[in-house]
Design a protein. Structure first.
Length: 117
């Protein structure tokens, strides 16, 4: 039985929510990447081939080349994805929004503070 991309995305968010908070941007970035790759490895038969991200049906974590500045926020980096944006703060906080700006996920950094856009 094939699991839909939406169900895999929800499992990714559940696992992120259940994980320990990160204390830095790099920890949060690794948490995002490791969690999503694990979900995709476990719930799909699609091999990880990042150069085929547009056509293979697998979800991929943010990439450094998709990093964008956030106006007025030198402590937050935005990662652009096909259908959403992921914001990572230097304190380890994570926020995922759809392209319309609706909040899909929020995880506080280990200091108890969020991205606070």
């Amino acid at each position: 039985m094939e699991i839909s991309k939406e169900d895999r995305f929800q499992e990714f968010l559940r696992r992120l929510a259940d994980s320990s908070s990160a204390s830095s941007h790099d920890e949060a970035f690794a948490l995002l990447s490791n969690t999503l790759n694990k979900v995709e490895d476990e719930l799909t038969d699609i091999l990880s081939q990042p150069d085929r991200w547009q056509s293979d049906g697998r979800m991929y974590p943010p990439r450094e080349d998709n990093a964008r500045d956030v106006d007025g926020r030198c402590d937050v980096i935005r990662y652009r994805h096909k259908g959403h944006n992921t914001f990572v703060r230097e304190n380890g906080a994570i926020e995922i929004q759809d392209l319309a700006g609706s909040l899909l996920f929020k995880k506080l950094g280990s200091d108890g503070r969020g991205v606070e856009l």
